[in-house]
Design a protein around this ligand. Structure first.
Ligand code: EPZ
Length: 424
């Protein structure tokens, strides 16, 4: 098994570029199933999750060409040759459930192996299924060869009004994709508002769909008969960019992160400024200057967008572990997203928690330790802590990090981080 070896590094400084968004490109790839024609997605990041979804789409009949030099991914599915995502693949990635809506809309049937829960929670898909049933699908779950599957069938999907009990990102995406080819109009109330929803709506509308209101809690989709191929550049990865912003802050550095959309980073910018760090928002870059600043502890409450993103919670906990004073973190989105606390404690962090609330007392005495990534953002947080801890930190289970951070080691080395990839 491989690991990252991270040593105390000086201030991080210079320029770094964010890749295309993992959480935007995965739904775009699934949406390409809605047409027989070719779709091209530019600025596609080279990530394990993208590779796995490419395999799933190929299993379903997709012809994939991923030009990694050009970062352009072409998908063409002239005919669907299988009914869904095989367990050996779907089980490896949550986002495999995103093929459910488009497959059902395209063929009238979809079967997807259910990836179990993961470190951060049970990850149910009840809201996805409830919405598809409201559109006329017959849904059942069953077990085969020890795997859990969900099957959805519908001769025709009919538009309707759907209220989401929780603004689930995945459920909103699946239902928008299913509604794109449904008969009539679908209204999704209490929809998720993330930028990745807006990017999916823009992609679908370029394919000939009629999606309005993406980015608000009310999305209207007027179904159309068919969709055509298109070309699209995926939005930048706001969580990768946010991770680099925290890297600048925690190291007292001065970093300019290119390929960013400032409005996607507002909660992170606001919280870093509250910590006492200077943040300058450019047209397509953001600069974080923490030189000579002493970090002040802040309180974080994760919420659906535009609230503070749960995907930045672990990274900010690493920051709070070395900031001055006491910070409180309330994780309201996932029921079990504090697995990184035990790992940070191994490094000397002073963190207590109960249920979904944690209290962090900052200390300058973090020390290196052998720790393990428990999800991709927790893994990134442990690397950030390792940059300022005394001595050497070894982060194992780095396959989590490689799921969502393109060329993470090279990018961090380019701004002065003392980090290396080591095969154990
Ligand atoms: C997406 O996951 C992201 N993944 C996650 O990023 C992100 O943390 C999450 O949205 C929230 O922003 C991708 O986009 C591939 P949800 P998703 O459905 O769609 C509950 C990362 O680090 N829920 O909004 O699975 C669920 O249990 C990953 O890049 C139901 O109860 O998130 C959770 O508590 C981690 N029933 C909450 O909603 C459902 O049917 C948010 O889940 C669906 C969700």
């Amino acid at each position: 098994m491989a690991k990252y070896v991270v040593r105390r590094s000086g201030v991080l400084k210079g320029d770094i570029t964010a890749s295309g968004s993992k959480n935007a490109v995965l739904p775009l790839m699934a949406a390409s199933l809605l047409t027989k024609e070719k779709c091209r997605i530019n600025d596609t990041p080279e990530l394990r999750d993208v590779e796995v979804l490419c395999c799933i789409l190929e299993d379903i009949g997709g012809k994939i060409h991923f030009d990694k030099e050009q970062k352009s991914l072409e998908i063409e599915t002239p005919e669907i040759t299988a009914e869904g995502a095989a367990p050996h693949l779907a089980g490896r990635m949550r986002a495999s459930v995103l093929v459910l809506g488009p497959l059902l809309a395209r063929t009238g049937k979809a079967v997807v192996a259910l990836p179990g829960g993961c470190a951060i929670g049970a990850r149910p898909i009840d809201l996805h299924l409830k919405g598809l049933e409201a559109m006329g699908a017959r849904v059942k779950t069953f077990q085969r060869d020890g795997f859990d599957f969900v099957e959805a069938c519908a001769d025709e999907l009919t538009g309707c009004e759907i209220y989401l009990d929780f603004p689930s990102v995945g459920a909103t995406q699946n239902l928008i994709m299913a509604a794109a080819l449904a008969k009539g109009t679908t209204l999704i109330r209490n929809a998720a508002e993330e930028p990745e929803i807006v990017d999916l709506a823009n992609f679908l509308n370029k394919m000939g769909a009629r999606v309005k209101g993406a980015g608000t809690d009310n999305v209207r989709i007027d179904g159309v008969k068919s969709l055509h191929g298109t070309e699209h550049t995926v939005i930048p990865d706001r969580i990768e960019a946010g991770t680099f912003m925290v890297a600048a802050a925690i190291s007292g550095g001065d970093l300019t992160i290119h390929n960013t959309v400032a409005s996607h980073l507002t909660p992170i910018t606001a919280k870093l400024r509250e910590c006492g760090v200077d943040v300058f928002e450019g047209e397509d870059f953001i600069r974080v200057d923490a030189r000579g600043k002493s970090l002040k502890a802040v309180n974080i409450k994760t919420l659906p967008y535009p609230g503070f993103p749960t995907d930045m919670q672990a990274q900010f906990m690493a920051l709070l572990a070395v900031a001055k004073g006491k910070g409180n973190v309330n994780e309201t989105v996932f029921e079990n997203r504090f697995m990184h606390i035990d790992e940070l404690r191994k490094m000397g962090a002073d963190i207590t928690y109960a249920d979904r609330k944690a209290t962090i007392i900052g200390t300058q005495a973090l020390h290196g330790a052998r720790v393990k990534a428990t999800d991709l953002r927790a893994g990134a947080a442990l690397v950030l802590a390792g940059l300022v801890a005394e001595g050497t930190t070894e982060v194992s289970q780095i396959y989590y990090i490689e799921r969502g951070y393109e060329k993470f080691v090279e990018k961090m080395q380019s701004i002065g981080a003392d980090i290396e990839y080591v095969e154990e």
